[in-house]
Design a protein around this ligand. Structure first.
Ligand code: NDP
Ligand code: MG
Length: 388
């Protein structure tokens, strides 16, 4: 029986990871959420967690009330996340919070020697250099949860990563595949949230519509698998059945397939190397009949282009592009800016800033802060133009 902790347990990945935990009878030692005290308390009652962290400290009393009689220790804020990340007796910590806020607890878990199942991709985009180096120094394993990266990780089993020629990183193309910029002018929040294949949290769903998600995954893949940018080809695959593939030096390509259900990569990360029954359904290729593959439109989806440029420049540039995107997505969801403004803001970061050196957490946090301040100013201007 595994002992796990889940940061972001009330979200899309978090709740699915608890389905996996339920199926296999894992011991869940600690859970954390931002503000959803109702669901968090239900989870604590069900799994008998010993620690529960609610990031928003103003909700601590509410959580305490809901959990009175459980004996659970209530934590709050970044300190609470770090306390969970440094608990003894944990086999694996699943980090499925959304955004850069996940970086510090990831580094804390590594320092503590706890293996990590990582869904929180912003962590690797902003601070990949630090995370990968710290994990290697400490001998900590980072198991990818993102479906594409899990696919690549699965295709690497029994092979040598030094013999990879390139990676085929598949992308669904999101709800706006095939559209031109002009056709994206008046896109609404509702349209952008209607992902064709995956049901996910709002931030990643918008990232999928702008293809920022694929840009973040491009960077994530470079750090996880030690690749150069030219070794990654993005392939639009509308059906989301081939979750990614690895081409080796001998021109053989190995792919991983399955229905689009995150419980498969979540379970693989939590149970590696075991392949036990998963609470999902099997894939029927004949039901699909055909699978399609196309090149991405880098001109329309400028967030993707910005990410590739940012990681090619290196240093703190990916952290800045990520920070600006987090602000821009929040502003789009709040109705403050247009859909295409997200790409405009993210791309302009590349012209606005010089990349700084990235040697410690403070460098990442500083770059993130500067990019957010800049993005907020742009949002203010665009919001006024929008007539709000
Ligand atoms: P959701 O928005 O559904 O969930 C986010 C979770 O993080 C919630 O539990 C939320 O709590 C919690 N959270 C947010 N901020 C904090 C904080 N400061 N402290 C503690 N908890 C916090 O997101 P997803 O599950 O969709 O995505 C999570 C991560 O996984 C993202 O990085 C995403 O890119 C990545 N990912 C997601 C996939 C998916 O299919 N959903 C696929 C691949 C990667 P609360 O509910 O209280 O707000
Ligand atoms: Mg993905």
């Amino acid at each position: 029986m595994k002992t796990v902790t889940v940061l972001g347990s009330t979200g899309s990945i978090g709740t699915q990871s608890l389905e996996v935990a339920r199926k296999h009878g894992f011991k869940v030692k600690a859970l954390a959420a931002h503000s959803n005290t109702r669901l968090l308390s239900e989870q604590v009652w069900e799994f008998g967690a010993e620690y529960a962290c609610i990031f928003d400290a103003a909700l601590a009393d509410d959580l305490r009330e809901r959990l009175s009689g459980t004996g659970v220790q209530i934590l709050t804020g970044m300190e609470g996340l770090n306390t969970i990340a440094a608990l003894d007796g944990v086999d694996i910590m699943l980090n499925s919070v959304v955004g850069m806020v996940g970086l510090e607890p990831t580094l804390t878990a590594i320092e503590h020697g706890t293996d990590i199942a990582l869904a929180n991709k912003e962590t690797l985009v902003a601070g990949g250099e630090l995370v990968i180096k710290a994990a290697a120094d400490r001998g900590v394993k980072i198991y990818p949860v993102d479906s594409e990266h899990s696919a690549i990780f699965q295709c690497l089993q029994g092979n040598k990563s030094s013999q990879i020629r390139r990676i085929l990183l598949t992308a669904s193309g999101g709800p706006f595949f095939g559209r031109t910029k002009a056709q994206l002018e008046g896109v609404t929040v509702e349209q952008a949230l209607a992902h064709p294949n995956w049901s996910m949290g709002k931030k990643i769903t918008i990232d999928s519509a702008t293809l920022m998600n694929k840009g973040l995954e491009f960077i994530e893949a470079m750090w996880l698998f030690g690749l150069r940018p030219e070794q990654i080809e993005i392939v639009v695959h509308r059906e989301s059945v081939v979750h990614s593939a690895v081409e080796y030096n001998d021109c053989s390509i190995i792919a991983q397939l399955g229905v689009p259900d995150m419980k498969i990569p979540i379970q693989y990360a939590l149970l590696y190397p075991e392949r036990l029954e998963c609470p999902t359904r099997p894939l029927s290729l004949t039901d699909y009949g055909s699978l399609t593959f196309a090149k991405p439109d880098l001109e329309t989806f400028d967030c993707l282009t910005a990410c590739i440029k940012a990681i090619t420049i290196g240093g703190t540039m990916p952290a800045m592009v990520n920070g600006a995107n987090e602000e821009a997505v929040a502003a789009f969801l709040a109705g403050e800016i247009h859909f295409l403004d997200i790409g405009r803001i993210v791309s302009s970061v590349l012209d606005e800033f010089e990349p700084g050196q990235l040697t410690c957490l403070a460098d990442v946090l500083d770059a993130d802060k500067k990019a957010r301040e800049y993005a907020k100013k742009q949002i203010e201007i665009l919001n006024k133009q929008k007539g709000n």
